[in-house]
Design a protein around this ligand. Sequence first.
Ligand SMILES: Nc1nc2c(ncn2[C@@H]2O[C@H](COP(=O)(O)OP(=O)(O)O)[C@@H](O)[C@H]2O)c(=O)[nH]1
Ligand SMILES: [Mg+2]
Length: 300
Amino acid sequence: MEKSNFKSGFVGLIGRTNAGKSTLVNKILDRKVVITSGKIQTTRNRINCILNTKDSQVIFIDCPGFFKPKGLFGERLSNTVLSVLDDSDLIVVIVDAAAGIGSGDLYILNRVRERRKPGFLLLNKIDLISKDRVEREKEKLNGLDYFDYVGEISAKTGENVNGFLKNLIGKLPEGPRYFEEDMVTDQPIGKTISEVVREKLFENLSQELPYSINVEMERFEETTTANGRKLIIIGCSIYTERVSQKAMIIGKSGNMLKTIGSRARLELEDLLKSKVFLELWVKVEKNWTKSESMLNRFGY
Ligand SMILES: Nc1nc2c(ncn2[C@@H]2O[C@H](COP(=O)(O)OP(=O)(O)O)[C@@H](O)[C@H]2O)c(=O)[nH]1
Ligand SMILES: [Mg+2]
């Protein structure tokens, strides 16, 4: 039998919120697969993001930021991260070197070392700081010899990302192509759509509000316009925890919701290569972040 040299594996991306995990995934796949933002806990689920090459398949598992959980919703997010640690063949820890290495990063490094799995460490956002500063940040991380590879990258500009990838693929075990070659994610399209809407909400709302927001797609219909062009009708519900939050999302004379809707629609048209009609409904689901059944329903 011919020896197969095909390499594949699941690579968990672990780090604090805002370290740049999702930005790195999009840079590697050279398209926007997952949403990103400067707000905390933008990523809420584990999402397989698939890099296909001729002789390898790398499945990056993007996931929430790793932290000591507070509250029920936080616990769910944290459990998601723990499941990623369990399910990965190799773990990539990403730290935000520009923000400075802190106790949160050291906590993560310790949890990862406990797993005794192959590990890579990336210091990200080097586009924002000097080389000296990168070195000083690196010194704060003890036990670096645990890692098979320590790299300094910019997920935003792509600096040193190819070097990291080459080393990563080199470390993967031989294995099958788990997903079809043309797949970049196994996230269902309805979820991708609601994520785009959520990202626009995150981009436009004040710092503390986004955590209490959830988006669910409720309608998806393909039709044609009067002049024969394809049109997709999409309806999404935006859930908030309180009436005051609903008012903030709608904004004065509905202006905030209009802005969010038109930004989301433009991106969805690009994603779906079609005209889109987007309807958004804002609803109140009291204290959903504290409710077992609502968290289950929303898939957290
Ligand atoms: N300047 C700079 N910003 C970055 C870099 N990587 C990520 N960011 C920004 O950091 C924020 C958090 O990124 P995100 O990928 O959502 O972080 P995540 O929570 O780890 O997934 C976003 O505003 C990104 O644009 C980088 O290499 N350089
Ligand atoms: Mg993310």
